[in-house]
Ligand binder design. Structure first.
Ligand code: FMN
Length: 331
């Protein structure tokens, strides 16, 4: 069986990647993920807010007449937990890149194209094989138009692309009025890959405390349908690689994403639920499925159920909606 897969111009040993989460934030876990078969690891994000905060603190120190930078750091208030985070993050990238043979993808998370983006260069120098740029922007300002929002994404991507030479994937949400057009624009702006989709974590309301509640629920396989739909529509239409994220809980889910046209499939919730060795289980399930059909590579199935490949492309559009409504059993 040859599971090798191309993603962001890199040759991976298979199509399964551990997506960004605290699980991928320690060297020990990254080594174990490699041992269990993960093809690459996306580190947890470093946030624009962290980078900017650190820069502000350093600026304040440099302008307050402190002689030595080393000394100055000792004056940082204890609450400034973020103050060393960028160097720590770069250290992890560096150590991980040395410790394992699989690609280490660093994750930059932000919503502006300001100075924080220079930090991308440090990640490249530290040994990141690629960057995943997570743009998690909630356009709450009624004055912002859809076009304004799209331009923001494109500007951030262009700024990062102008800063590094390593490939850059963009992790986006599904909430654009024209997701295909947005994907095409990102493709044309130089995105090497699109990661579909960011899960948006909407707050709940705690009725006792009358406060917003930010509890994180892990995903369920049903949630993969949105990514599956858009990967199925985009497959074969853009140059950028397609990475699926959301809802993978078994090898079957990976197979569905590959059939829709994903180059690679990412997983987090399943590993949080079942543990890191579950990477091997998912890969075994994928191999068993392919083997049972006499197939020796995921290339034989990639995109076979995409909109462009199926005899009835309308099933990916309104027909899907109507058929779905009609499929509900009559009482
Ligand atoms: C606890 C937790 C932390 C996460 N942290 C990040 C992060 O730092 N950056 C990011 O891009 N995605 C982050 N994610 C999102 C995952 O990478 C993934 O896209 C999402 O969970 C959907 O995939 P899944 O259904 O396999 O969990 C996180 C998810 C979880 C559950």
């Amino acid at each position: 069986m040859n599971l090798t897969t191309q993603y962001l111009g890199m040759k991976l040993r298979n199509p399964l990647i551990a997506s960004a989460s605290p699980l991928t934030g320690t060297l020990d876990n990254i080594r174990r993920l490699e041992d269990y078969g993960a093809a690459a690891v996306v580190l947890p994000s470093i946030f624009e807010e962290q980078i900017e905060r650190e820069e502000e603190l350093l600026d304040a120190l440099m302008t307050s007449g402190v002689d030595s930078f080393g000394e100055a750091l000792t004056y940082l208030p204890a609450s400034a937990a973020y103050s060393h985070s960028t160097s720590r993050y770069t250290d992890i990238v560096n150590a991980a890149a040395k410790a394992v043979d699989i690609p280490i993808i660093a994750s930059l998370n932000g919503i502006t194209s300001h100075g924080w983006i220079d930090y991308a260069r440090q990640l490249e120098m530290a040994g990141a094989s690629a960057l995943e740029l997570n743009i998690y922007f909630i356009p709450s300002d009624p004055a912002l138009s859809g076009r304004d929002v799209e331009m923001r994404y494109l500007e951030i991507l262009k700024s990062v692309k102008a800063t590094v030479r390593i490939p850059v994937a963009v992790k986006i949400g599904p909430y654009f009025s024209a997701p295909s057009h947005m994907a095409m624009q990102l493709d044309q702006a130089g995105a090497d890959g699109l990661v579909l989709f960011n899960r948006f974590y909407q707050p709940d309301i705690d009725l006792e405390k009358l406060a917003l509640n930010f509890e994180l629920k892990l995903s369920s396989p049903y949630e993969m349908r949105l990514s599956l739909l858009w990967i199925g529509i985009l497959a074969g239409q853009i140059k950028a690689s397609l990475a699926a994220t959301s809802g993978v809980d078994s090898g079957d889910d990976v197979i569905k994403y590959l059939l829709a046209g994903a180059n690679v499939v990412m997983t987090t919730s399943a590993l949080l639920k079942h543990g890191l060795p579950y990477v091997r289980t998912i890969l075994d399930q994928l191999e068993t499925w392919l083997d049972a059909r006499g197939l020796d590579s995921p290339d034989h199935i990639r995109g076979r159920m995409s909109q462009r490949a199926i005899p009835d492309p309308a099933s990916y559009q309104r027909a899907n909606y109507i058929k779905t409504l009609q499929s509900y059993p009559k009482s």
